[in-house]
Design a protein around this ligand. Structure first.
Ligand SMILES: [Ca+2]
Ligand SMILES: [Ca+2]
Length: 374
């Protein structure tokens, strides 16, 4: 049995179903409280993956584990017309869903008797990464019906990796009332130029990089009537902003928001709540969002579990992938990673899978491998 914890900052959706490769599994999708989809409504008020969302995920996992009844008084084994393995439940945390997955395991792992493993696909593990501080950047505005062209732009003010927080030179961070930005050219506004498709990019000289004399805007995450940025950049911006804009979360609000939503704050608690958990982190060479070299988010998660002696590996084996697509058996560009062994983070090709392997196939191979692991 596998529970998909959806990505994005929305309450989730019930379609499409990712059955391909998951035959034999009960594949569970759900809506966070307040979510609506496919004619169904999840009760409650959406709190943008906050404590109420985490509690709901706990209840879904309890139901999957046979520890809770549905509203008709049936357990999952009675509700479904076939036998279910309530003692073999995994969480498949997609992108931002990895944070709620990590938090539910830290807070409630001890009572989630059937949950044995966590598969995390390219999870943005802290606020800086979730809001795109290291990258991709560049997008300033875009017409409502367009998405910015993906460029591999990244932040020239990034100065180093940290297990909890990345390091940036925040000296040039300012607010324009709507967002925070690194004001590379020191003129107190976000400078941009039009791209071919009608969007505006901060790469003003269009050389496909952001230099330290160009601007690097951070768009934040909307929740309620505020826009949230990382505690680190918010603190830095506040020191240059005597009159804080009402649309942006202030330092206290940012900290209160992220202390309930950043995976990096919760790895240590899992060593107490779920010491037997097994973890597989999924990473491709080119992340579905992140652009900054070094796979900082995969590294934060790997180190978080590894330092707490939680079994952790990166990506399914080539053999697991080949069970779903036989031609992958002979591919030499799919790395094989040793569990509990730190990879060479700066050489993505040495540990991450290439883009020619479909992500959904990797999710299925990962769940199959983890469900069979003793
Ligand atoms: Ca500027
Ligand atoms: Ca440029």
């Amino acid at each position: 049995m596998v529970i998909e914890v959806p990505g994005g900052f929305e309450p989730g959706a019930l379609t499409p179903a990712f059955e391909a490769g998951f035959s034999g599994f009960v594949y569970i999708r759900f809506l966070f409280p307040g979510g609506r989809a496919s004619g169904r409504i999840s009760g409650g008020v959406y709190d943008t993956r906050g404590p109420q969302s985490v509690l709901a995920l706990r209840d879904v996992a309890l139901y999957a584990s046979g520890q809770r009844k549905d509203r008709n008084g049936r357990g999952i084994g009675e509700a479904l017309p076939f036998p279910v393995l309530t003692n073999n439940v995994g969480l498949l945390g997609l992108s931002f869903g990895g944070n709620a997955s990590t938090i539910v395991l830290a807070r409630y792992g001890a009572e989630l008797e059937g949950v044995r493993y966590f598969v995390g696909w390219e999870n943005p593990t802290n606020a800086q990464i979730a809001t795109g501080e290291p990258g991709p950047g560049g997008a300033v505005t875009c017409p409502a019906n367009l998405r910015p062209q993906r460029g591999d732009l990244y932040n020239p003010f990034f100065t180093g990796y940290g297990a909890m927080a990345l390091r940036f030179d925040y000296g040039k961070v300012r607010s324009d009332g709507q967002r925070l930005f690194f004001d590379g050219n020191n003129n107190s506004r976000v400078d941009s130029t039009a791209t071919g498709n009608g969007c505006q990019t901060a790469d003003t000289n269009v050389d496909n990089r952001i230099s330290d004399t160009e601007d690097f805007p951070i768009n934040g995450i909307p929740a309620g009537n505020l826009r949230y940025f990382s505690p680190q950049i918010t603190e830095a911006a506040a020191s240059h902003t005597p009159s804080w804009p009402g649309a942006l979360a202030n330092p206290g609000q940012s900290e209160a928001f992220w202390k309930e939503r950043e995976a990096v704050r919760f790895y240590d608690a899992i060593s107490e709540s779920k010491p037997a958990l097994k973890v597989m982190l999924l990473a491709s060479v080119r992340d579905h969002v992140q652009t900054s070299p070094g796979h900082h988010h995969i590294r934060q998660a790997f180190e978080g579990f590894h330092r707490n002696n939680i079994w952790v590996t990166i990506n399914p084996t080539r053999e697991s992938l080949a069970e779903l697509q036989a031609t992958l058996a002979t591919r030499t560009d799919i790395p094989e990673n040793e569990a509990n062994t730190t990879p060479s983070w700066t050489r993505a090709e040495s540990f991450a899978y290439p883009e020619t392997v479909p992500d959904s196939l990797v999710w299925a191979a990962a769940a199959r491998e983890m469900a069979r692991r003793p």
